[in-house]
Design a protein around this ligand. Structure first.
Ligand SMILES: Cc1cc2nc3c(=O)[nH]c(=O)nc-3n(C[C@H](O)[C@H](O)[C@H](O)COP(=O)(O)O)c2cc1C
Length: 352
């Protein structure tokens, strides 16, 4: 069964009408972001895939072949490990130069279809999947992870200092592999995200307490990555704007982070949050927060989570400064959804 349904595709006539009469911006717009050309405003939001030993294997190539032919202008990879200490997590990896060749192959395959590839970099910490008993799980504080139930150890000052360098080295490998940019995963209660969230960050040193302190880990990581890859290489970040629990991140915190990263030259901010707690088709989940961020930062804002309705996306595009739309589950179910949307919008037949 097709995911996108006639309900969404069926709105195309209305979208065309809106575009003709009032809309200046369209989902099909080609844009340029820090020198990177994006052929439309659709971004495949990251979806972590299992791989063999962290390599770009046949399964990964198959998934990205289909996605890159499916119409989305830009594909964000599934989260990619930056530290060998987390290697038991069976996902893409860039903690070592030996992974670069595989990523080069991935880049070529995606570029063949005119799509971009952005590598999403992660330090997982206590958000672990599978059996990692015995591993050192680091977090800002020794607070049990609400999703994984893992109890981490508080990262020492020296361990904190080592993380930005690992992100920077992995970003440089992504650049060497020809990827079009990197995205720092600072959402969904992975390590970087946990520093921003008061529930997980109980530190009393310069990395905890005030928002200035809680944001320091992410800002230092961004700065290390920027220094490694240079000003002209796109660097994006994905953050939570709503944790959905007590002592979660506040909108004011997010606006501060957005302003500070923007001031330092971040190119795009992907807005996410507690998407797992929301009914799948009740989105977009974080539009108000994304709109508020778009108003205070110079970075391009990507709204991700619950985007299911093309008319709504067009309206948001034209009534806010939100510039791009991330989709994950719709493209898992229908990798060719964007092509089908454009075919229908252009009056060509597409099955439904
Ligand atoms: C199976 C699966 C794997 C995911 N893996 C990642 C990931 O690696 N990195 C990430 O930032 N988000 C990941 N997400 C979250 C998505 O990027 C996205 O934020 C979320 O699914 C909400 O968007 P949607 O409503 O379009 O699915 C994953 C989601 C799913 C369903």
């Amino acid at each position: 069964m097709r995911y996108s349904l006639s309900r969404d595709i069926g709105l195309t006539g209305k979208i065309d009408f809106i575009r003709t009469v009032v809309c200046v911006k369209a989902l099909s717009d080609a844009t340029v972001l820090n020198g990177l050309s994006l052929k439309n405003r659709f971004i495949r939001a990251a979806v972590g895939e299992k791989t063999t030993d962290g390599t770009v294997d046949g399964h990964i190539l198959g998934v990205y072949r289909e996605l890159s032919r499916g119409g989305a202008g830009t594909l964000i990879t599934g989260f990619t490990l930056i530290d060998e200490a987390e290697r038991l997590y069976p996902i893409l990896s860039l903690y070592d130069d030996s992974f670069i060749d595989g990523h080069k192959e991935l880049t070529s395959l995606v570029h063949e279809s005119g799509a971009n590839i952005i590598s999403q970099l992660v330090y997982a910490g206590s958000w672990v999947i599978g059996n990692r008993r015995g591993d050192v799980l680091l977090a800002p504080s020794a607070i049990k992870h609400l999703k994984s139930n893992a109890v981490p150890r508080e990262a020492s000052a020296a361990e904190i200092k080592a993380i930005p360098r690992k992100f920077a080295e992995a970003a440089l490998r992504a650049k060497k592999a020809g990827h079009d940019g990197v995205e720092l995963h600072a959402a969904h209660w992975f390590f970087l995200c946990q520093f921003l969230t008061p529930y997980y960050n109980r530190r009393t040193d310069q990395y905890g307490g005030s928002v200035e302190n809680r944001a320091r880990m992410l800002i230092e990581t961004y700065e290390a990555v920027r220094e490694a890859v240079g000003r002209d290489f796109p660097v994006w970040v994905k953050i939570n704007v709503n944790d959905g629990f007590d002592m979660g991140v506040s909108l004011e915190d997010c606006l501060y982070v957005g302003r500070e990263l923007s001031r330092r030259g971040i190119d795009a901010i992907e807005v996410s949050g507690n998407w797992m707690d929301r009914p799948e088709n009740s989105g977009p989940f974080f539009k108000d927060e994304a709109q508020a961020l778009a108003a205070v930062t110079g970075a391009s804002i990507i709204l991700t989570g619950g985007n299911r309705d093309f008319q709504k996306m067009t309206e948001i595009l034209n009534s806010t400064d939100i510039a791009y739309f991330g989709l994950a589950r719709p493209l898992m179910k229908e990798p060719d959804l964007i092509n089908r949307f454009f075919e229908r919008a252009n009056g060509k037949s597409a099955d439904s």
